[in-house]
Design a protein around this ligand. Sequence first.
Ligand code: COA
Length: 468
Amino acid sequence: MGVVEDLRPIFSPKSIAVIGASRSPMKIGYEILQNILVQGYTGKVIPINPETPTIMGLKTQPSVLAVKEDLDLAIIAVPAEFVPKVMSECARKKVKGVIVISSGFAETGERGKQLEEEILQIARRGGIRLIGPNTLGYKDPIDSLDAAFVFGMPRPGEIALISQSGALCIGMIYYANGEHIGLSRVISVGNKADIDDADLIDYLSADPATKVIAMYIEGIKDGRKFLDAARRCHKPIVAIKAGRTPAGSAAASTHTGSLSGSDAVYDSAFKQVHIQRAYDVIELFDYARALAYQPCAPGNRVGIISNGGGAGIMIADWCESIGLKVPNLTKKTVDGLRPHLPSITSPRNPLDVTGDARFHRYHATGSIVLSDPNIDALIMTCVHAGIARPKEYVGAVIKLVEEKKNLKKPIVACWVGGPEIDEVVQELRVKNIPVYSSAMRAAKAVKCLYDEGGRQDMVAGKKHKEPA
Ligand code: COA
């Protein structure tokens, strides 16, 4: 069986047993059962608990062996020392997949490593695929299945998130919700005893709901398997690889039992297979949103429009310092821009449309610059100066993005100001238009879209356009 068929019972189960489903609202086994029910899971759910006949109105069973129906998935939330016993019962019951929520395995030292190896062997002998141990579970906002503890679902969308840290995973969901970034599947992988990043890349590569794969990684055990999966994957991958320094690496080994490895090796391996590397959560989602919702840049030449000269200069600096170019505009573009600009402004790149720019000036200049054959991508910027009209700027960006789809050149938005303009640009986020609160973030997002062009050319066997 291929990985997609192997993992389907885990991610699209027809029946789920929650082993360690608890009567106590303070316990993780209670929360998992509650989350499954709250999201309205339509398959069969069976709480397993030998101490009580019912939980949340559902009849319990003392063990999976007492369950009559076939079981696709068992979620295990009993203390680590009992996991081998319940896993053996799952194997006898021929459960297809398990998620081991319990911690107390490789992340705790030698004894834990042995326990992890023991449950892995039980899974292998029983033909069971295993997520974890030491995982939060997964949350699937597309199919409304919350197979995790911690309350709350992501906004549905097209970015899949794989995280080796459970707590960070929840933080990232809340961050994405606040940014109006939708997620397709969120999977906490924990110690990755069996199912690892490579398996999930293969699985998500075939997932019609997912456009981009975003990852938080502490360590990868089988580098070749990972690189082969990344190379096969026909969707963009963005990844944070944490544990880059001796201090970070030591913390990762006690967190998920990971060996962080040489950062330089990860860096060059990621480059080989065109994984875009991010260094924090904000950057991860900056790239993921741009990749999911804008075309890749056909070249590295950027047009910059702003209503404040300083912002334009900073963006130009950032672009040029990361391998993008801010080229001269053609004569036709310069002539076309002149009638739309105040006489004090000279049409050039970066273009200062001045502080009194309104909808029409943003829209007309954006449209002309984007059509210039010297330009591969556009950064539209609004500084919230006294006479600025952020609402009109937002309207112009939305219209440009809608009108200029056929040009296949990315447009990203950038702003400088306080909470008032942040509120106004929310409309761009709602429409999935990449919008950034700094010159650096906007320039890096465009670089990411240029590099994505390189990945797509590699996949298509084409030569990537040389940087200007
Ligand atoms: N089969 C089924 N149910 C069993 C059982 C078994 N073999 N053994 C115990 N249970 C029941 C218990 O009776 C209890 O139910 P109750 O509260 O109604 O009595 C329930 O399962 C939970 O068992 P308990 O011993 O109370 O464990 P716990 O809830 O205190 O802790 C874990 C279990 C898994 C949550 C805990 O060991 C753990 O690992 N916590 C950390 C999890 C974590 O952080 N994971 C990583 C996230 S990123």
